[in-house]
Design a protein around this ligand. Sequence first.
Ligand SMILES: Nc1ncnc2c1ncn2[C@@H]1O[C@H](COP(=O)(O)OP(=O)(O)OP(=O)(O)O)[C@@H](O)[C@H]1O
Ligand SMILES: [Mg+2]
Length: 253
Amino acid sequence: MSAPVLTAAAARVIDAVKVYGVDDTEVRALDGVSVDFPAARFTAIMGPSGSGKSTLMHCAAGLDSLTSGGAYIGDTELSGLDDRRLTLLRRDRIGFVFQAFNLLPTLTVAENITLPMDLAGARPDPEWLETLIDVVGLRDRLHHRPSELSGGQQQRVAVARAFAGQPDVVFADEPTGNLDSRSGEEVLNLLGRTVREMGRTVVMVTHDPVAAAHADEVIFLADGRLVDRMQNPTADSVLDRMKSLDVQEARKP
Ligand SMILES: Nc1ncnc2c1ncn2[C@@H]1O[C@H](COP(=O)(O)OP(=O)(O)OP(=O)(O)O)[C@@H](O)[C@H]1O
Ligand SMILES: [Mg+2]
């Protein structure tokens, strides 16, 4: 039994190791990462392609399991949960935003936003839902279908859906990866507002220093390890750090 985790981390991993494959096909996607994602903060995960960003996010969010080490949502250790309880935890305490918006084309915007809760037989808090619809700026699009929306608007629907159940933490993997820079900016501002005005917690994987600059803190991965953390990032400071990581990559034997 591990010691209880008492600080205000919405999510964390401790000594996280994830190995894919066996023997000569073995890949250590995570090689001993310990990091916490504080509540009511916006954290970005950056690093070169293949450095383990998506793996870290998937394991922290209970979409994939660690080979060793621990992943926690609040004080709940995920490996201790059976499938049913893990499904419930993901449903009730975690929201997801992916690069592909994953909206259902036959449903309206309003129906897409509440879909996970409807499937779960849960009722969204009406006041929260109203606030959310205004924050994402979709009030005049509620009865449209996704195909009638721009990419940025569709991703804002996906963001509203992720927050509808008031989850403890929302994980986003490259949420602006399919958007032009203006739509991307809208979605990033939206994620920032959910944290700063609504006290939500966001963890976002991104390649883009401009996107990372919206976060309160950036953590940097290289080769499955945590190599740096940066508070109050700017696009320039993140870009400089990325360049030095790339140089280190290139110098490897
Ligand atoms: N299902 C899998 N099976 C085998 N290897 C995998 C699997 N998923 C990821 N990997 C490997 O683990 C390493 C980390 O992958 P991961 O997807 O976490 O990287 P990433 O930092 O998200 O990269 P990108 O920026 O390209 O999305 C890579 O070497 C990748 O090839
Ligand atoms: Mg990835």
